[in-house]
Design a protein around this ligand. Structure first.
Ligand SMILES: Nc1ncnc2c1ncn2[C@@H]1O[C@H](COP(=O)(O)OP(=O)(O)O)[C@@H](O)[C@H]1O
Ligand SMILES: [Mg+2]
Length: 280
């Protein structure tokens, strides 16, 4: 397991991680039993990382994201943002959902982006408008400020949602399979747009997917989780954006595939290690 702990001694210290997930086990209590969603998961996210949680359906990716957002308290371990323990939701962590379920349709694009600036950040009208227009320009939607969501494509709605989140200047942007409902071509375009936006703004991203290819395209670091309950199987660096189809990309995809589908030879037989299908 590649969870390298950094020694903080006399040597010049690396900048402290922005987000630390430290031995986090998550559980849900149902009427009859406890369901363990993740088991002692640890990872560090640094500023401007595009950190991807990758694993089969049911391995606890969404649960981890919700825990970071502050909606699910860890059963064991802790989550720290800028060194401070996460104990609930806050404007420093914003979740972007899938394109179809997030923009109130009765508000224009501009009003959608301004709304949380006015309510959560309590900016004045002019200031909120200036900031919203600034961010809309960054995501290439300045000309659509007066449009309503139904006049936009799925991809554009997704961009408005990202603009709205970025305008709030969160420390971490959280995305849970944001492109899963899109067709393959739109999905690829959205991945590219997300990367272009990242080049411009350098936000910190925690991104969940069950797609190996998407993980490699979007992420600079990838945490590979075992099936239910999710445990860290490996942490990998991604070769970088825009290289899909190259031999290096294929090799990395194959390596991840093997990590996801094969029980490590040294692992003791365990009931947790049984179902390995990566369901879409
Ligand atoms: N609200 C809940 N109540 C009970 N069990 C849950 C709840 N949410 C998720 N789970 C269970 O926790 C496990 C992880 O779920 P989830 O985090 O949604 O996985 P993923 O996002 O990787 O598909 C699954 O076994 C799922 O059934
Ligand atoms: Mg999920």
């Amino acid at each position: 397991m590649a969870n390298v702990s950094v020694l903080r001694g006399a040597e010049p210290a690396l900048p402290a991680p922005l987000l630390q997930v430290d031995g986090v086990s998550l559980e849900y209590a149902t009427a009859t039993r406890r369901v363990r969603a993740t088991h002692r998961v640890s990872f560090d996210v640094h500023r401007a990382d595009r950190f991807v949680l990758l694993g089969a359906s049911g391995c606890g990716k969404s649960s981890l994201l919700k825990a970071v957002a502050g909606f699910v308290p860890p059963r064991e371990g802790e989550i720290r943002l800028d060194g401070r323990r996460v104990e609930g939701p806050g404007p420093d962590r914003i979740v972007v959902f899938q394109e179809f379920d997030q923009l109130p349709p009765w508000k224009t694009v501009l009003a959608n982006v301004m709304f949380p600036l006015r309510t959560a950040r309590r900016l004045g009208k002019a200031e909120a408008r200036d900031l919203a227009m600034d961010v809309l320009a960054k995501v290439g939607l300045a000309d659509f400020a007066g449009a309503y969501p139904h006049e936009l494509s799925g991809g554009m709605k997704q961009r408005v949602a990202i603009a709205r989140a970025l305008a709030m200047q969160p420390k971490v942007l959280l995305m849970d399979e944001p492109f899963a409902a899109l067709d393959a071509l739109t999905r690829r375009r959205m991945q590219e747009e997300l990367l272009a936006l990242w080049e411009q703004v350098r936000f910190t991203l925690l991104f969940v997917t069950h797609s190996i290819e998407e993980a490699l395209v979007v992420g600079n670091r990838i945490l590979v989780l075992s099936p239910h309950p999710g445990r860290v199987r490996a942490e990998l660096n991604s070769p970088g954006a825009g290289v899909a189809g190259t031999p290096a990309f294929q090799a990395q995809a194959q390596r991840i595939h093997d990590l996801l589908f094969e029980v490590p030879a040294a692992a003791p037989a365990s009931p947790d290690a049984a179902p390995l299908a990566l369901r879409a």
